[in-house]
Design a binder for this molecule. Structure first.
Ligand code: ATP
Length: 209
């Protein structure tokens, strides 16, 4: 089983998330991608304090038509700070596989600030997606001393545990949740930036007004 874990706040999920997840799934030939909305993101404020169960619900609505996409309530149900290492350990245990942790280049560039970062490299592969406005510095500039554990191989880098860091050039989609929240606040349309079911849910729940 080749599994991707896509963590994020998904506040809200948008078509940028969906398209890049699809492209990573194809590129790495994954069996499925599991979207894991965070309960409390450790690295940023939770804008508008949108409850975890609502963000979980819009992810459910957004992925409903893709049989290879799943959503996990693990972080929302666990409450407290959502540390990716816990999710990775949980998935490793539950699925008996080393997953690919899927994240944008902007998030990867901050990885040295993550909780228990030293152990992360032992427990997961990384699929790092390009993102408009995000630079792709050298591996050493991003992961510092951990880079000495990796050697260039195939489609990226691999360490002594056999864990890869793969850089995936995805279609540049300059869409962000912050921009969508801003449009909502300004009373402007978000049609075509999010799936229709998500657009309706956001409107009905007045999520970002
Ligand atoms: P915000 O604008 O609130 O910061 P966001 O749009 O970055 O939110 P998140 O839920 O924080 O959304 O993103 C989850 C993950 O998806 C992150 O790793 C982020 O880098 C990645 N991501 C989000 N949008 C894109 C995009 N358009 N292209 C590539 N990666 C993306």
């Amino acid at each position: 089983m080749m599994l991707g874990i896509f963590g994020g706040t998904f506040n809200p999920i948008h078509i940028g998330h969906l398209r890049v997840a699809e492209e990573v799934l194809q590129y790495l030939e994954l069996d499925k991608v599991v979207f894991v909305p965070s309960y409390l993101p450790p690295h940023k404020d939770l804008a508008d304090n949108v409850r975890g169960d609502k963000r979980l619900e819009i992810v459910r609505l957004a992925i409903a038509e893709n049989p290879r996409f799943e959503v996990s309530p693990f972080e929302v149900d666990s409450r407290g700070n959502s540390y990716s290492i816990r999710t990775i350990e949980h998935i490793r245990e539950a699925c008996q596989t080393t997953p690919y942790f899927i994240l944008g280049q902007d998030a990867f560039n901050d990885i040295l600030t993550w909780f228990e970062k030293d152990r992360l490299f032992d427990l997961t592969h990384f699929a790092v997606m390009s993102r408009p406005h995000s630079l792709r510095p050298s591996l050493k500039d991003v992961i510092g001393p951990h880079a000495s554990r990796y050697r260039a191989a195939g489609r990226g880098y691999v360490n002594e545990c056999g864990n890869e860091i793969v850089f995936v050039d995805v279609t540049p989609l300059d869409i962000s949740s912050s921009r969508i929240r801003e449009l909502c606040r300004e009373g402007k349309s978000i049609q075509y930036l999010v799936p229709t079911a998500v657009e309706h849910y956001i409107k009905n729940e007045r999520m970002y007004e």
